[in-house]
Design a protein around this ligand. Structure first.
Ligand code: AMP
Length: 542
């Protein structure tokens, strides 16, 4: 077991094995098995590229040998920051087979996030996109490397130069590779967490293989399925719920979208006869609007999964009539637990709940502030443990002491209730996270950067309800002297290397931040204040 990871205790681990939830498979061998069975079928489509299972399997072997030649060894961590391209999938399978551990980064991440990921994981390599959407990640890589001594190797999807290695040259005759321990971490997902610095989630071969098999079964995935990857591949939702990996173990085809726009995605749905896709509510809303006038043939779609943020009922109700397919609501977290509505569930369940846990072994508790179970049907914090929910963040003992109960339940920070039938309804959050479209923003992280701006004495960032994105960020500041403008603040945060989606949408100035009786910043009051001032601005405009 990799140092810094927390294993499941022996007892539940034995139970999960006996129940055949954990089958001792490794992610690298799942592709091998699929390639043996579906060799000539198309595994991946991107633009004009069509890659068969056999080709992907061989590619992963050759790339694994290529990485090994560069000295990447079992157990090494490798930060992977790539857009939705076939190389993303090949790099991950190559690293799985080698026993090295991909650490998933978002393409929007900049030096703050990449630097932190490299340092916390002690990454030896960083796979970057080259120039992506006008931003040269090679410049960022050099900056990051100066502060991350472990980082030896830079691989770029496009463009070499200096000591950046062209990813396409990572290729060698396949070699015999050591076997992997299925109970070990296979890769790391990023938490959409609450802390000033993002936390890293180890996912084991055993737990993730189970998750993709179980979610594929829930959706009835088969060789005739075509999955459209719209959201970034590095999201748990896209990668494995069942997403890319679930489609590949089922013998289906994965189509990679460059952009979530209705124009691009509808064209891909009709060209490739897409059957399943997964999106966040804000994208679903844009698609619904576009479908009203679009002539694209969406008749192949059988299920659209929507999750990652609260789906408004008014939007949920339009999915089947407008897109002509079933809606599946998904509540999930990179940390593990997934709840899903099931195909054929009653409309009331599909439209009004986030469904049932994926696994019979998922344990859920809904607790009050005293950590005691609330009465049936009441709202409280959702705690969970189970066969694919982490027992600890990577190298984070102090945070783990508060993020988990003593008996291993993960404190989700989500407010939920259970219906009489056992379906989960998400009612809000107690964690200090803003969910802007599909992106999770830790208020503490942005506040920390705002406090670095000259003259800012206090800062509080809150999420203000927004019709399209669900929430937008508003920064409340107490400043001494001149008030900075929003563009100035954004530029300063951008210049310190913070990802664009974390920059505040709005700034407001106050003489003092309101506090609760316990002396903490009263964010509920700030959200109310932000909404009032938005309404008064709207009224003035009207
Ligand atoms: P992430 O780990 O980035 O996927 O974020 C997980 C968090 O997203 C959860 O803890 C929830 O706060 C939120 N979330 C995910 N799915 C839903 C959903 N269907 N409804 C409401 N919130 C959701």
């Amino acid at each position: 077991m990799l140092e810094g990871c927390t294993p499941w205790p022996a007892d539940p681990a034995r139970r999960y094995r006996e129940a055949l939830l954990w089958r001792g498979e490794t992610l690298g061998t799942l592709l091998r098995t699929a390639a043996a069975e579906y060799g000539d079928a198309i595994a991946l489509v991107h633009g004009d590229r069509r890659i068969t299972y056999a080709e992907l399997d061989r590619w992963a072997d050759r790339m694994a040998a290529g990485f090994a030649r560069y000295g990447i060894s079992p157990g090494d961590r490798v930060v992977v920051q790539l857009p939705n391209v076939p190389e993303f999938v090949a790099v991950c399978f190559a690293l799985f087979r080698l026993g090295a551990k991909p650490v998933f980064a978002l393409t929007a991440h900049r030096s703050q996030e990449i630097g932190h990921l490299c340092r916390i994981t002690g990454a030896v390599a960083y796979v970057l996109p080259g120039v992506h959407r006008g931003f040269d990640h090679r410049v960022l890589a050099k900056e990051v490397r100066s502060g991350a001594p472990s980082l030896r190797l830079l691989f770029s999807l496009s463009g070499k130069g200096g000591d950046v290695i062209d990813l396409s040259t990572v290729d060698a005759e396949p070699v015999e590779l050591p076997g992997q321990d299925p109970s070990d971490a296979a890769f790391f997902l990023l938490s959409g967490g609450t802390t000033a610095l993002p936390k890293v989630i180890p996912r084991t071969h055993d737990d993730y293989a189970y998750q993709i098999r179980a979610t594929s079964a829930v959706l009835g995935m088969s060789t005739s399925d075509v999955y459209l990857a719209v959201l970034p591949l590095e999201f748990n939702f896209t990668w494995g719920c069942p997403g890319v990996l679930g489609t590949l173990v089922s013998g289906g085809t994965v189509v990679l979208a460059d952009d979530p726009t209705a124009d691009d995605c509808f064209a891909l749905i009709s060209r490739e006869r897409v059957t399943v896709t997964s999106v966040v509510p804000s994208i679903a809303q844009l698609w619904l609007e576009a479908a009203e006038w679009s002539e694209a043939d969406l008749s192949s779609l059988r299920v659209v999964q929507i999750g990652g943020a609260k789906l408004q009922r008014s939007v949920a109700e339009r999915i089947t009539p407008v897109l002509g397919c079933e809606l599946q609501q998904v509540f999930g977290m990179a940390e593990g637990l997934l709840t899903l509505t099931r195909l054929g569930d009653a409309p009331e369940v599909v439209l009004g709940t986030q469904g049932r846990p994926l696994s019979e072994e998922d344990e859920i508790r809904i607790v009050g502030p005293d950590d005691r179970d609330v009465a049936d049907g009441e709202i409280g914090e959702l705690l969970t443990r189970g066969p694919y929910t982490l027992r600890g963040y990577y190298r984070a003992p102090e945070h783990n002491a508060i993020a988990f109960t003593e008996d291993g339940f993960y404190r989700s920070g989500d407010l939920a209730r259970l219906t009489a039938d056992g379906d989960l309804v998400i009612e809000g959050r107690i964690k200090d996270v803003i969910i802007r479209g599909g992106d999770k923003i830790s208020a503490a992280e942005v506040e920390g950067h705002l406090l670095g701006y000259p003259g800012v004495l206090r800062a509080a960032v809150v999420g203000v309800p927004d019709d399209l994105l669900g929430e937008r960020t508003c920064a409340y500041l107490v400043v001494a002297g001149e008030r900075p403008s929003l563009p100035d603040l954004k530029r300063a945060l951008h210049d310190c290397g913070l990802a664009g989606y974390k920059l505040p949408d709005r700034v407001e100035f106050v003489d003092e931040l309101p506090v609760t009786p316990l002396g903490k910043v009263d964010k509920v009051a700030l959200v109310r204040l932000a909404e009032r001032s938005r309404l008064s601005v709207t009224n003035r405009k009207g």
